[in-house]
Structures are given as structure tokens and as C-alpha cells.
Design a protein around this ligand. Structure first.
Ligand SMILES: C[S@@+](CC[C@H](N)C(=O)[O-])C[C@H]1O[C@@H](n2cnc3c(N)ncnc32)[C@H](O)[C@@H]1O
Length: 219
């Protein structure tokens, strides 16, 4: 790794207690370079420079410890990242959790085009698939389903339930714990599917914001 974010990335990974191989570091660097290259055209993320690394890469990776811990209960867990956009958190997670297959679900064509390029640039095309469709059209099942900045839980969990494997987990990247709790109250009163949830605090290096991971299982 020799890019302009080398020191920041190494420091962030240390703070999150993540150990990346040279290949993973290179994949991360190539992914960031793709986002920076296409951001002016595709308007992928609203941050640049160190801020891009902190708000998007570190934020995505901040849940790797927790998600990796859960994933180890399956033999080879299949992952789906819903409303993946620029591949967040899906691509950083696929780089970090490099033994598992991932599917990025995204319905907007230009973002899908970006994702295709990014997977080629990072060498992830074999292990990471793209489902270029609406979540409602997905017919596969997944053991671990992630999403970030997608939709309120109450609006999507009934569409997520049919694609979650028996015993599977939904890992939703969220903000302030109290807001998540009020989303969960709506889920309990308005969703047809039934869920049990636990909320874990996340620490994102250099980010002064409340971040949480809401982990849901079907009951
Ligand atoms: C606000 S962006 C968030 C992108 C990314 N997850 C992130 O954290 O930066 C939401 C993305 O979800 C996609 N999306 C919204 N509804 C969807 C659906 N029903 N099926 C598939 N993709 C959807 C949008 O096209 C958009 O790219």
C-alpha cells in the first residue's frame, strides 16, 4: 500500500483492531480510488478526502468485528448488502470478510455500472455478485443481510423477511440508539414479520457521531 490514505487507513484499522493483508489493503485502496474517480459523475457519496475514508470506509468497517463474530456460526455464510449504492457497506465488508460470498442489491442502473467497475478494479468480481434489481424481486436467501442509509426498518423488514435464511441475521447500520429503539417500536406494531433485535454501539475512528448496529433475527 502506498497511497495518499495509507497512514490514515493503517491507523483506523489498528483502532478497529482489524488486521488486513497486503492484498486487502490494496483492494481497499483501489476501491477508494474508484469512488474518487466516479464520484464527480455519479454523485456516489457526499464526502471527499479523509472525510470519505472516515465517513464511508471506516463507518462500514466499524461493524466487522461484530458481524464477523456472528458470521462464524454459519459454515460459509452468504451475505447480501441491500441498497448498496456505491457498495457501502458491502464492498469494504467483502474485503474484510474475505472468505465469504457477497451479493450487492442495487436497483439504480448508474450505481450498478459503478459497482461492476469497482468489483473488477478490486479483483472481487468472482466472489461478489451484483443483483441489479429491486429488493422485492430478489429470490435468493442469505444468512447475513446488511444495509446502511437504506430505509426505515418498518418500511423494509417485510420485504427482507422472505430472503433471509432460517436462523439468518439482519445487520442494520444505524445512528442514535434512541432512534433505533423508536424504529423498533414501529416494527413491532406495523410489520407483518416478527423480529427480535439487539442494538450494539459502534466506534468509528475519527468520527464524532453516534453509530449503532441493529441486529435482528426473525421469530
Ligand atoms: C441512500 S443510498 C445508500 C447507499 C449506501 N448503502 C450507503 O450507505 O452509502 C440508498 C440506495 O438504495 C437503493 N435502493 C433504494 N430502494 C431500493 C430497493 N427497493 N431495491 C434496491 N435498491 C434500492 C438506491 O438506488 C440507493 O442507491
Amino acid at each position: 500500500m502506498s497511497g495518499k490514505y495509507e497512514a490514515l487507513i493503517k491507523e483506523g484499522l489498528d483502532a478497529m483492531q482489524l488486521s488486513f493483508s497486503a492484498e486487502q489493503l490494496q483492494q481497499l485502496e483501489r476501491y477508494i480510488a474508484e469512488v474518487e474517480l466516479f464520484n464527480p459523475i455519479y454523485k456516489l457519496v457526499g464526502a471527499e478526502g479523509d472525510d470519505l475514508v472516515i465517513r464511508h470506509i471506516f463507518d462500514s468497517l466499524s461493524a466487522v468485528g461484530k458481524i464477523g463474530e456472528f458470521a462464524r456460526q454459519y459454515e460459509t455464510p452468504s451475505f447480501a448488502d441491500l441498497g448498496s449504492g456505491a457498495g457501502l457497506p458491502g464492498i469494504p465488508l467483502a474485503i474484510a470478510l474475505n472468505a465469504y460470498p457477497f451479493t450487492l442489491v442495487e436497483r439504480m442502473e448508474r450505481r450498478v455500472n459503478f459497482l461492476r467497475n469497482a468489483l473488477v478494479a478490486t479483483g472481487l468480481s468472482e466472489r461478489v455478485q451484483i443483483a441489479a434489481q429491486d429488493l422485492k424481486q430478489v429470490r435468493q436467501h442469505f444468512d447475513v443481510i446488511t444495509f446502511r442509509a437504506f430505509r426505515p426498518l418498518v418500511e423494509i423488514l417485510d420485504d427482507v423477511a422472505p430472503i433471509l435464511s432460517d436462523g439468518g441475521l439482519v445487520c442494520a447500520y444505524k445512528g442514535i440508539g434512541e432512534q433505533v429503539e423508536s424504529e423498533l417500536i414501529q416494527v413491532a406494531s406495523q410489520c407483518k414479520s416478527r423480529w427480535s433485535a439487539e442494538v450494539f454501539p459502534l466506534t468509528v475512528p475519527h468520527l464524532d457521531a453516534n453509530r449503532t448496529l441493529c441486529v435482528l433475527t426473525k421469530i
